[in-house]
Write a protein that binds this ligand. Structure first.
Ligand code: HEM
Length: 206
C-alpha cells in the first residue's frame, strides 16, 4: 500500500538544498583559504585540494549560489506556512517534555518510550527547526559581511563586521554537524524512509 508522506514541493525544496549547500561549502573554502591568516591546513593538503589563488572563482560561485540557497529556503518557509506543514516541524511544549524519554528509549536505556503518532519525533522536530534557523542565520550573517556598507544596520545588529564573520563561521560548522547527524539518522532509518523523501511515499506491505 502506498501513502504520500512528503509532497513534491517539499521534496524539491529539500533536494535543491543538497547541491546548493555543497557548492556554498566548496566555494566558501576557496574564499576562506585565500586569506593568509586562516591558512592552517598543511601545505601538502592545500596543494592536493588545489586551493591556491582561487579567490575570485570562489566568490563568483558563492555569490551566485547564495541566491538559489536563499530563495529556496524562503520558498520552503512559505510552503511550510501555507501548507500548514509547519505543524509537523516546529516543536511544541509536549515535544520538549517528550525529548528526554524519547532519546533514552532510542538509546535503549529506557524500555518504553513516549507514544509518538506524528510524522517526526521530538528530536527530529528540534533538529529540522534548528536547520531552518541555521540556514536563515547563514544568509543573514553572510549578507552582513557581503554588503557591510549598504546593510550597515544588519552588520551592527550582529555585533559588527568581525562578529558577523565569526557567527557565519560558527553557523557553518553547526549546519555541517546537523548534516552529519542527519545522514547517520537517515541511514539508520533505512531505505523505505529515504525512498519517501525521493518518490514521496513509503512502500508498505499489504
Ligand atoms: C544527501 C543528503 C541528504 C539526505 C539523504 C537527506 C534525507 C532526508 C530524509 C530521508 C528526510 C525525511 C526524514 C523522515 O521522513 O523521517 C529528510 C528530511 C529533512 N531534511 Fe534532509 N537529507 C539530506 C540533506 C539535507 C540538507 C543538506 C538539509 C538542510 C540543511 C536537510 C534538511 C532536512 C529537513 C529540514 C527535513 C525535514 C523536511 C520536512 O518535512 O519539511 N537535509 N532528509
Amino acid at each position: 500500500m502506498n501513502n504520500q508522506k512528503h509532497s513534491v514541493l517539499k521534496r524539491c525544496f529539500h533536494w535543491i538544498n543538497v547541491p546548493s549547500l555543497a557548492i556554498m561549502a566548496w566555494s566558501g573554502i576557496l574564499i576562506y583559504w585565500a586569506h593568509q591568516a586562516y591558512v592552517i591546513l598543511p601545505k601538502i593538503l592545500v596543494d592536493k585540494l588545489n586551493l591556491h589563488h582561487r579567490l575570485a572563482e570562489g566568490m563568483g560561485w558563492h555569490f551566485l549560489v547564495m541566491w538559489i540557497f536563499a530563495l529556496n529556503g524562503l520558498g520552503y518557509c512559505l510552503y511550510l506556512i501555507l501548507s500548514g506543514d509547519w505543524r509537523n516541524i516546529f516543536p511544541r511544549k509536549k515535544d520538549f517534555q517528550e525529548l528526554l524519554p524519547f532519546v533514552l528509549h532510542d538509546l535503549k536505556i529506557l524500555k518504553t518510550g513516549p507514544d509518538l503518532r506524528e510524522i517526526y519525533n521530538p528530536a527530529q522536530k528540534m533538529a529540522y527547526t534548528s536547520a531552518i534557523l541555521m540556514g536563515a542565520g547563514l544568509i543573514l550573517t553572510g549578507a552582513a559581511i557581503f554588503k557591510p556598507v549598504q546593510l550597515g544596520w544588519l552588520t551592527s545588529l550582529l555585533g559588527g563586521y568581525e562578529a558577523a564573520r565569526l557567527e557565519h563561521f560558527i553557523l557553518l560548522v553547526a549546519i555541517f554537524l546537523f548534516f552529519i547527524v542527519h545522514i547517520l539518522q537517515v541511514m539508520r532509518s533505512g531505505w523505505n524512509n529515504f525512498r519517501a523523501m525521493v518518490v514521496g511515499h513509503e512502500i508498505e506491505k499489504e
